[in-house]
Design a binder for this molecule. Structure first.
Ligand code: FE2
Ligand code: FE2
Length: 192
């Protein structure tokens, strides 16, 4: 894959605030490391890591406008959780602004917040990198970082669990895809 990483970073700089840019670069570095460890294409992982939050700093009006303009389908839960719009709009920006057409990269961007019923290796790498990059400080993140060095599925399961517990404790809606993601990884990890 020939994608100019420096060019992506330069363009991203115009779209993201300083902290979000740092988060994205950190995510891409962890994604690269995990890709090498788990035998995946490191360049693809780096690109997906860089771009996963490319729509996150858009204001709500712009996100809504893009949803209409590009006819992005929103399910009932996403309609109620504005935070879940940025992965969907992110796909459009990745395609239009960064010329990313690889469906595997686009799916990893799409699923980085909720997980997916069937997570590809890249989906798992990006989901996890996003949650464990050095700026992240959620409770217990250190144990997830350690597990990421040992077992990718178990680390994703831990990160999903922590995310779900956070939502439960805050009385927030849970997207059913996250439950499916958790059930399927749990089956893989526990009932092999
Ligand atoms: Fe995100
Ligand atoms: Fe992120």
């Amino acid at each position: 894959m020939r994608v100019d990483i420096d060019l992506i970073k330069l363009k991203l700089k115009e779209m993201l605030g300083e902290e979000r840019l740092e988060h994205s670069v950190n995510t891409s570095k962890i994604a690269r490391k995990l890709a090498i460890k788990y035998n995946y294409n490191a360049d693809k992982a780096e690109v997906a890591g860089l771009l996963h939050d490319c729509a996150k700093d858009l204001d709500y009006q712009t996100l809504e406008k893009m949803v209409l303009e590009y006819n992005i389908q929103l399910d009932e839960i996403v309609q109620k959780i504005p935070k879940l719009l940025h992965p969907l709009v992110g796909i459009v920006i990745a395609k239009k602004e960064f010329n990313i057409q690889d469906p595997v990269i686009l799916k990893a961007i799409k699923t980085h917040s909720t997980g997916a019923a069937q997570m590809s290796l890249l989906d798992k790498i990006i989901y996890l990198s996003d949650k464990i990059e050095p700026l992240r400080n959620m409770n217990g993140v250190e144990e997830v970082r350690k597990m990421a060095e040992i077992d990718l599925d178990r680390a994703v399961l831990m990160a999903l669990d922590k995310g779900l517990l956070y939502l439960i404790n805050k009385n927030l809606l849970i997207h059913p895809i996250s439950i499916e993601a958790r059930n399927n990884i749990l089956r893989k990890v526990v009932f092999v």
